[in-house]
Design a binder for this molecule. Structure first.
Ligand SMILES: [Zn+2]
Length: 82
């Protein structure tokens, strides 16, 4: 029984991962590529996108904004002036 619950929560997590953070629609497969690092095993990257193009644009913009903010705060912490 516990085993089934674990499987269920695992699947639900997977679904949550592959659903749009904004509208909750199941994200669609966009592209897949393989990265081969100098050491270790190859990493498979899978990129998904929201089926709603406008929504995906907004999500992309939000991510870009977050990334910028993080870079800014990192720069502040290390005392680098941008
Ligand atoms: Zn969406």
């Amino acid at each position: 029984m516990i085993f089934f619950l674990l499987i269920k929560s695992y699947i639900m997590q997977k679904v949550a991962e592959s659903s749009c953070i904004r509208c909750g629609k199941v994200r669609v497969f966009k592209r897949k590529w393989k990265e081969i690092p100098e050491k270790g095993a190859a990493i498979i990257h899978i990129e998904t996108t929201c089926p709603d193009l406008e929504c995906q644009k907004i999500v992309d913009a939000q991510f870009a904004e977050k990334r910028e903010k993080r870079l800014l705060s990192e720069a502040r912490r290390t005392g680098i002036k941008l």
